[in-house]
Ligand binder design. Sequence first.
Ligand code: PAF
Length: 275
Amino acid sequence: MRIHSTIASLRAALDDGGRVALVPTMGNLHEGHITLMTQARSQADTVVATIFVNRLQFRPGEDFESYPRTFGDDCEMLAQAHVDHLFAPTEAEIYPQPQGYHVEPPPEQAGILDGEFRPGHFRGVATVVMKLFQIVQPDIALFGKKDYQQLMIIRNMARDLNLAVEIGAGETVRAADGLALSSRNGYLGEAERTEAPRLFRLLTKVVEEIRAGNRNFAGLEREAMEELARHDWVPDYVAVRKRIDLQLPTAHDSGLVILAAARLGRTRLIDNLEV
Ligand code: PAF
């Protein structure tokens, strides 16, 4: 695997790379990322991973500074996954001057759910992903379903702006007890780690209820939030939405997803399950 810290070096290496797959990450890699790398490997001649902790998508007071940076381990995992190129730029390489132009996703997509609690987050994500698309010019780019809203926004950005890139999705990878793998799981203390799979169990229960015919979505959301609060979580939302655009479903809609975000101690966890 070749490691590039500059755009010029990466671009030169990708000349003649055949079909290129891109997997953007912020590092601190886990099995969820590696599944995306494997998917990318099977769909392209050249696989490019990126590691860049993107300041633009963090709000003041969020965990930009403390976000886990584990470059050595990440490199080993990527090499084992047969990634061809790792692009790991400095902040000055990506933002040589303060970013003037931004990609502004529409508020009905970026101002709801996580966007309501992290204003500006998806603008930061869309902007850096657009920049990475311009730098790498991939034929396909892969994102995990764990960040369901992010995936929808990037898909819509690619469609609305006629980007010549196919967007692929990877299933959420879970620990044996159901907890969705996430770089932020490392923030959990021992007791919190034991408690954390409750989120997955709750979502599973809601999915089962809906499959059994319960269409009182608001009631199901409220009960799930109350259950979390009873166990010392601080829930931001539990929401049943349409998969296609994450808008509110009617009682007759199919193709649903249930999404949740909640704080356990100082750790904010998100998860979702398709119904
Ligand atoms: O999902 C992530 O890790 C990030 O949001 C991404 C897509 C790499 C953009 O910084």
